[in-house]
Design a protein around this ligand. Sequence first.
Ligand code: ZN
Ligand code: ZN
Length: 319
Amino acid sequence: MPYRYDPGELGTQEVEIAITHCGICHSDLHLISNDWGISQYPFIPGHEIVGTVAAIGDGVRSFAVGQRVGLGWQSNSCGECEWCTRGMEHLCPAAEATCVHRNGGYADSVRANARFVVPVPDALDSEHAAPLLCAGITVYSPMRDHGINPSSRVGIVGVGGLGHIAIQFARVFGAEVTAFSTSAAKEEEARALGAHNFVNTRESKAMKEVAGTQDFILSTINADQDWGVYMQTLRPTGTLCFVGIPPSPVSIHAFPLISGLRSVTGSPTGSPHRLREMLDVAARHGVKAQTECFPMSKANEAIEKVKKNKVRYRAVLAN
Ligand SMILES: [Zn+2]
Ligand SMILES: [Zn+2]
């Protein structure tokens, strides 16, 4: 049976979106099984949302009913703290996630503060744009923060939901792009997405050959690896950045950090400003998620397929 709820009166700063598409993100799977201990049931997952504005609160001036919009991981923030006023709302201590203690996007409609709703450029079709709202911004934002440019050598670890978009954006930034994957079968696809080089990480010889070649390595995978080997893959001043979460603590020696001024960091989603910018860049440069579409009523089947790692590369639910 579908779950029904009464959303109450629309807040003055809120937008109600009639959902047409919602991507399935791995965070949804973690929330469904309460892996992070923050889920509340009944639970509606979903934070890669595209739809049309169905209603706006009295105080909303930035959107009109009928306009096509997107909504990602974040739905609200305090609007007043240091991070909000610096345009880094995703770092606000009072940030509200779209589907944590709120009803998310595997639904007919969803509500959010208007500051977190973004217009979707005409050039992007809704199915391929939906995964950009979380997977896209997650890989785009750190590349912007770390100044990726045509002189950069960027490694993308994992050719999956996040990685296949990351390869495209790294290429748009003009970088030399190297895809790292445990699966030799991904090479052709990685190159078609824009990777100049491909490294099969199961071959220690191949990993040794790329030692000292990368300026920025973005790890999109949720698996444990020998991170020391990746540190050796960095050039001096290089950065290893995590956007996927390996199950075990990341263990690395301090020596390569010290000797080569290297660093290790991570990155969460991005600000609303960045989200708009990312969609604009995707529209102008043809970046899009490769998707498999399921009717919303088949959400459970789609989730099972994602869990079995059988979707290339992002599942999207459509109403
Ligand atoms: Zn997500
Ligand atoms: Zn704030």
